[in-house]
Design a protein around this ligand. Structure first.
Ligand code: MG
Length: 255
């Protein structure tokens, strides 16, 4: 599949979907607390998405059973929401995907339930910083792997964390996952040139231990092999002449 660059009107439609992702994330952040189950969070997200005319993009995607991915502690990505109650100190990664009138938005965050431990805070801060570093390279005339390299470099500079290499970002817009695949590591200056109209989901995934992961028997839930904590932050970002435009945040123009 070739890389499809969006017209400005299409970027606006992707942004509408991404703004719904952001609104759902805000509601989830407010609801996340000890004693709440991830199944309740899933219901909250689905209700909100449908009330605003959208469709949960993950539900039914290759058979995924829920509206959000909810991954706790050593779970890395693609966790199923369930009835287990969140506890003080848990680390919860939530991924939200929305389709609104044919256009897709995708965003993820990780947060601590209550206060994080020191190492967990380092993991959260570093993963967020890696996403910011990747966004900073999302400019015309750069190359795709400049983003990859920025993520890897940021993680290595922080130390004490590993980039989970099995997963990466992706093009997005008229489908949830479009070309190109965006690796979270690698040398700069490789891959296609970044051009206005390219819309990418940038999503560093880091662990506090080793980078190896394994998929559970449910075929989806991914865990760190060594049981260490993992974090995941994701924004949908449009490349524009003026610079990166983070569509899953409220700002109505590029940075
Ligand atoms: Mg994604």
């Amino acid at each position: 599949m070739a890389i499809y660059r969006k017209k400005p009107a299409e970027v606006e439609r992707i942004r509408a979907s991404c703004q719904l992702v952001f609104a759902v994330q805000q509601a989830l952040r407010a609801a996340i607390a000890p004693g709440v189950s991830t199944l309740e969070l899933d219901g909250l997200a689905e209700g909100m998405i449908r009330a605003r005319g959208g469709r949960p993009a993950f539900k039914g995607y290759h058979g995924f059973p829920a509206s959000i991915c909810a991954s706790v502690n050593e779970e890395v990505v693609h966790g199923f929401p369930n009835r287990r109650f969140l506890r003080q100190g848990d680390l919860l990664s939530v991924d939200v995907g929305v389709e609104l009138e044919g256009y897709y938005g995708d965003g993820a965050f990780t947060c601590a339930v209550g206060s994080p431990s020191g190492p967990a805070r380092h993991l959260l801060d570093t993963t967020r910083a890696c996403l910011e570093a990747g966004i900073g390279q999302s400019r015309p005339n750069g190359h795709l792997s400049d983003i990859s390299h920025a993520v890897q470099t940021c993680a290595e500079a922080a130390g004490g964390v590993a980039v989970v290499r099995r997963y990466g970002g992706h093009g997005i817009g008229r489908a949830l996952h479009e070309d190109p695949h965006l690796s979270n590591y690698g040398p700069p200056g490789r891959g296609p040139r970044l051009q206005p109209g390219l819309v990418l989901a940038i999503e560093p995934i880091l662990s506090l231990g080793a980078p190896e992961v394994e998929v559970a028997e449910d075929g989806w839930t991914t865990r760190t092999r060594d049981g260490s904590l993992a974090a995941h932050f994701e924004h949908t970002v449009a490349i524009t002449e003026e610079g990166p435009w983070v569509l899953t945040l409220p700002g109505d123009r590029p940075r």
